[in-house]
Structures are given as structure tokens and as C-alpha cells.
Design a binder for this molecule. Structure first.
Ligand code: AMP
Length: 358
């Protein structure tokens, strides 16, 4: 817990070393903070732009203990960091945000959706699956098609399989290698939107305008923001974000992915306990972007202005898309972000471009 703002020049630790850590580190250094990143890969996107980087497994207690000693606050950019590592850091006297409780709930799709329901937020119908019998029983109730997902560690559409008939159940179950799973009824949504929001140590909340997201092959392709949605949808989405932030006693930035149903009812799909790809548009659409907002929240600084200055379309540059950089860099009214990864493997997030639309 921080009861006053960290002074200029304080040190922030970031668990996770990908592009989100890189952009958090850049935002932190603009405000005069020093950043130490911690992750498994030498020369990672985050390490390239940080004062120091520790290359170690997230469970390496000796390195975690040194991090706890050297940082004024520790945060994370990756939701698959073990929650036990956060508990270890807290046990060593570190200030950690968001909390391990928030991480534990949002790491697990069953706990996450149960939390949402308890907080009065709608979700698709879902069933906990620990065996093929569970799956067969659940498919009798879920309707078809239904989506089987691993409870943990799924991202960008990985660890998910649609089931269209009862006969497909055994193969679908086997394809997830018997991992604890969740069966979800299909949401017949008209649009997918997300809301990125922040809460400070003092309970202050600020919410960014809504983004509308388009996925291709389960991976986010574009976000258009502020989205062309009604005031009622915006108000409902912001209210859901507030319930999530307060229910998790959350400190930092998170994203809530929502399905918009016909008639404009909203269902919560997923909570990302971190800055999020669908919030990258804020780098050019808002005076205070999601990365700076997260740094402000966890360091006890006042939260920044989240109002939109323009409409932005963010497009992810996946794999070889990045090789088009000479053309992209020459585009007017746009800004290119490159993550510093070597190999443009298909589907790998290599960078993004923010195009100003209005
Ligand atoms: P997720 O990894 O849960 O965010 O899912 C990735 C994408 O799959 C979502 O953005 C949706 O487009 C789609 N999806 C996930 N869950 C459902 C569902 N229950 N019904 C319909 N589409 C879904």
C-alpha cells in the first residue's frame, strides 16, 4: 500500500519483458522513474529500453528477493506470472500492484466469470470441465455450438476449440490434453468492445473511451476508438469497469473485453489485469496513454486525463507485416511502434501503427 506518491527518480520493477513492458518502461522513464525489468529472455523488448534487466525464471526466489530490495514498487505486464511470486515479493516487504488476489482471479476463466457474476456483471453461461463426462453433461445444457477453452494460459485464441455436435466432444476434450477447462455458450454478439480503466491506491478511478475490436483468427487485428457506440453502451461499459476495479480492490490499469448483444446488453468476456493491446490507440488518442496511466496508478501519482483528442485506428503488425515498415513509416497522420523483436514469425506481435482518423 502506498499512502503518498513515490518521489521523482524512484525505481519501478516490472515482471514480464515483452512489448507491454517495453512501453510501460518508456512511459515510466518519461516521468523520471528508473525501471528494472524481470523476465526469462535476454535482450527482450522491455530489457532493450530499461535501466536494468534481470534474466531469470519468474519463480527464481534469489532474484525476486533482490528485486524486492531494489524497487519502490513492483508491477507486471503479463498475466501468467505465478501469483505465488507476487506473494513472495510482498512477503519480502515489496509494494506490489496489482495484487496477487486480482491476478489469481483473472488468471483463471472460471474464477473470473464467477467473480463477474457475483459483482452483478453478465457473462455467457459457463461450465467447469474436469473430465469428458463433465463436458458431455455440460453440452446438454450449453446449446451448440459451444466453445471449450482452457481455464488458464489461453491467449490470442490459443487453447480454444469450438464444438458443433455432441460427437465432437471426445476429440475436443483430447485436443486440450485433459487440462482443466471451461465450456462457454456461444455469445451472439454484434460487436466486440473493450474498456481500459485505472484505479489508484486512493480509490480514484479513470476510464478511457471505449474501443471497438476486430479479431482475425482469434488475434486482435484492429481497434477503432472512441468506438461508435451509444451513450448508454458507453455508460454501461464504464460501470462494468468500475465494478471490476472495486470488486478486485485493483490498483493499476486493466482492460475488460465485452460482447455487445443485439439490444445493446453487454456481457463480460475477459478481464486482462494489465495494460492491453486494445488500449494502444491511447498513445496517440489521449494526452495520458494507458502506459503512463498504469505507472501513475501504481506509483500513487494523480491519474492523468483520459479524454480522447481524436479518433484513432490501431492496427497490429503481425509477423511479416513489420517488413512493410518503410511504407508504414512514410504514411501521413500515423505513428509506427516497433517492438524490437528479431524474428517476424507468423502471428507474432512485432509492432503496431496508430492512424489518426479524425
Ligand atoms: P478470448 O481468448 O476468450 O478473448 O476469445 C478470443 C475471441 O474468441 C473473442 O474475442 C471472441 O471473438 C471469440 N469468443 C470467445 N468466447 C466466445 C463466446 N463464448 N462466444 C462467442 N465468441 C467467443
Amino acid at each position: 500500500m502506498l499512502d503518498k506518491a513515490l518521489p521523482l527518480g524512484s525505481t519501478i520493477g516490472i515482471l514480464g519483458d515483452g512489448q507491454l513492458g517495453r512501453m510501460l518502461s518508456q512511459a515510466a522513464s518519461r516521468l523520471g522513474f528508473k525501471v528494472v525489468t524481470f523476465g526469462p529472455d535476454a535482450g527482450s523488448p522491455a530489457a532493450q529500453v530499461s535501466l536494468a534487466s534481470k534474466v531469470a525464471a519468474y519463480t527464481d526466489e534469489a532474484v525476486l528477493a533482490r528485486l524486492a530490495e531494489s524497487c519502490d514498487v513492483i508491477t507486471f505486464e503479463f498475466e501468467n506470472v505465478p501469483a505465488a511470486s507476487l506473494d513472495f515479493l510482498t512477503g519480502k516487504g515489496a509494494v506490489v500492484a496489482p495484487s496477487s488476489k486480482a491476478l489469481r482471479i483473472t488468471q483463471d476463466r472460471v474464477l473470473e466469470k464467477s467473480f463477474a457474476r457475483e459483482a452483478g456483471i453478465g457473462t455467457v453461461d459457463f461450465y467447469e470441465i474436469n473430465s469428458l463426462e463433465d463436458l458431455q453433461g455440460a453440452l446438454e445444457k450449453s446449446g451448440l455450438p459451444a466453445l471449450l477453452k482452457t481455464r488458464r494460459e489461453g491467449y490470442d485464441g490459443k487453447g480454444q476449440v469450438w464444438i458443433k455436435s455432441l460427437e465432437e466432444a471426445p476429440a475436443a476434450y483430447d485436443s486440450l490434453n485433459g487440462r482443466p477447462s471451461i465450456l462457454e455458450s456461444k455469445a451472439s454478439f454484434t460487436r466486440e468492445i473493450s474498456v481500459v480503466a485505472a484505479r489508484g491506491w486512493n480509490g480514484e478511478i479513470k476510464t478511457f473511451p471505449i474501443g471497438e475490436n476486430h479479431h482475425v483468427g482469434g488475434i486482435l487485428s484492429t481497434t477503432l476508438a472512441p468506438a461508435q457506440v451509444s451513450e448508454a453502451v458507453t455508460a454501461k461499459a464504464h460501470e462494468i469497469a468500475r465494478k471490476v476495479l472495486e470488486g478486485l480492490d485493483y490498483v493499476g490499469v486493466l482492460a475488460v473485453e465485452l460482447f455487445v448483444l443485439p439490444g445493446d446488453a453487454l456481457l463480460l468476456n475477459e478481464i486482462a489485469p494489465r495494460v492491453h493491446n486494445s488500449g494502444h490507440w491511447t498513445q496517440d488518442g489521449c494526452l495520458c496513454d494507458q502506459f503512463e496511466q498504469h505507472i501513475r496508478a501504481v506509483t500513487g501519482w494523480p491519474l492523468g486525463d483520459t479524454s480522447a483528442r481524436c479518433t484513432v485506428e490501431m492496427t497490429n503488425l503481425l509477423g511479416p507485416d513489420i517488413l512493410e515498415w518503410p511504407t508504414l513509416a512514410a504514411e501521413p497522420q500515423s505513428r509506427l511502434y516497433v517492438y524490437g523483436k528479431d524474428e517476424p514469425r507468423p502471428g507474432r506481435k512485432m509492432g503496431h501503427i496508430n492512424r489518426i482518423k479524425a
